[in-house]
Write a protein that binds this ligand. Structure first.
Ligand code: URA
Length: 205
């Protein structure tokens, strides 16, 4: 499968990484998981307690919400790719520090290069902020941007970016689940439209 060797190399680098202090307190780094040919990549903030214990992304309470949201649009974990801005847990689940984001995001950049997702779904503010800055997009409040589709053209491809609330919001504010469900519908339609476009291109070729 394309990208396997490259992802293995990134995984090895993350496991051996000592670029910030988080390597001293982590139990396991969380590289990410899913399909290397995924059309959509979800980018969360950082591993939490359970993710750090298991070495897998989104396996705690927020992960349960994410699984339900994926299921609501007929997607399975093994069809998408899920990762985070930070690969190691900040102690006590504190916010990522600027220096940690700077040290860690070359790994996320490498994952984006390998997978080349058509759609990037940011989960929460830190992910939104990093991805929007990376692609030179203007940011606004998540309350204004969530569920909207932003186009970016890179030399290699055209991508769509969809900012989403972090699934954890639904664990302390159940009313937010409905907002996330609606935004996932937008994500699903965006993926469907992109797939149709590709099919048309294949037919014309
Ligand atoms: N929150 C995140 O942002 N990422 C995880 O992997 C788990 C919880």
């Amino acid at each position: 499968m394309y990208g396997e060797e490259e992802m293995e190399r990134v995984e090895k680098e993350i496991k051996e990484c000592r670029h910030c202090e988080l390597c001293k307190t982590r139990n396991n780094p969380v590289v990410g998981e899913g399909s290397l040919s995924a059309k959509v990549m979800f980018v969360g903030e950082a591993p939490g307690y359970y993710e750090d214990l298991k070495g897998r992304p989104f396996v705690g309470k927020a992960g349960k919400v994410l699984d339900e949201l994926l299921e609501s649009v007929g997607l399975q974990r093994n069809e998408v790719y899920i990762t985070n801005v930070l690969k190691c847990r900040p102690p006590g689940n504190r916010n990522p520090a600027t220096a940690e984001i700077k040290a860690c995001t070359p790994y996320l950049d490498a994952q984006l290069e390998i997978i080349k997702p058509e759609v990037i779904a940011t989960l929460g503010n830190f992910s939104l902020s990093y991805i929007f800055d990376k692609f030179g997009l203007k940011k606004d409040k998540i309350s204004k941007m969530h569920g909207k589709v932003f186009d970016v053209s890179t030399i290699a491809s055209i991508k769509k970016i969809i900012p989403l609330y972090h699934p954890a919001v639904a664990t302390y504010n159940p009313g937010m689940k409905e907002v996330l469900v609606e935004d996932f519908k937008m994500l699903f339609f965006t993926l469907a439209i992109n797939t149709n476009t590709n099919q048309q291109q294949i037919i014309f070729l």
